[in-house]
Write a protein that binds this ligand. Sequence first.
Ligand SMILES: Cc1cc2nc3c(=O)[nH]c(=O)nc-3n(C[C@H](O)[C@H](O)[C@H](O)COP(=O)(O)O)c2cc1C
Length: 338
Amino acid sequence: MINLNTTYLGLKLRSPLVVSASPLSRDIDGICRLEDAGASAVVLYSLFEEQLRQEEADLDYHLAVGTESFAESLTYFPQPSEFHTGPEGYLDHIRKAKASVRIPIIASLNGSTLGGWTKFAGEIERAGADAIECNIYYIPTDPKVSAADIEKTYFDILKAVKATVTIPVAIKLSPFFSNLSNMAHRLDEAGADALVLFNRFYQPDIDLEELEIRPNVLLSTPQALRLPLTWIGILFGRVKASLAATGGVHNAEDVVKLLMVGANVTMMCSSLMRHGVNHLRHVERELRDWMEEHEYESVAQMQGSMSQIKCPDPGAFERAQYMRAVKGMQHIHMAGWR
Ligand SMILES: Cc1cc2nc3c(=O)[nH]c(=O)nc-3n(C[C@H](O)[C@H](O)[C@H](O)COP(=O)(O)O)c2cc1C
């Protein structure tokens, strides 16, 4: 009998198949369907710092500051009607989700600056969420702000949220740091219960007819998997925090690879939006089949077996792999050219 159990954020989960923050959790019916299809936990779509600040009428100030430089900045921020729910509605959603399913519900707060909004984490805990995922989404554009200042914001936000709640706190972050290992290590020390790797930066497109920026999120391609695969393999065993992989998890083989490099859980969003919620059943069945065929009895047996924990210098290892990959490609291209 194959045992898919795993532990994430101190929560015992029946499998590593978790649904990441997305519109899939927009309504309660959707969350019930995710549970039925085998999701072992669901991360709710995010509530944004700006929504909380808007409640305190701070957004007006923010917008006014913006308008000094660009009239268009009034359209930077979405209107309240563009969000699924406001803060009260979000709490209500948590309560209803908790009353409707047995799997853990992880709420998501999305912010970029230290502020009063972090206190809302306490309300989220009281509404019954099993954990909080903080998505720190910040695109630094001011050349005078140093990397150290930016990094400090991450720790400040984490510490503020940790000081407000007793439930576990995960940090979802981007891969774009000079030394991600150092960030991971320091977030770990500051009390992060999990690292969710990685935040996908929305990259805008331009509508050439209308000459407008087009804000749309593209669903991921399988190539996206390589980034969490690389970094989880490096970080496994070097941080206490649980490790969640998000980005490019589309099938059971992706799940196997991520577990082998050391993920506690693998999160899915794009593949479920593309193929429907029942794709989860299919992934779980294929995961069981793969494990049976390769004589693995449990997820625990796989976790970290292909990580870099035993590698004394992961940096040198990565560089060596890189050189081999580039050399290999040169060979292929040369053959193609002849
Ligand atoms: C339509 C859409 C909405 C998303 N909304 C959120 C969100 O509210 N909060 C968040 O942290 N991530 C959000 N994400 C990011 C996903 O949770 C996930 O990390 C990312 O899409 C990579 O995983 P995937 O390859 O399985 O899609 C969203 C992604 C998509 C495609």
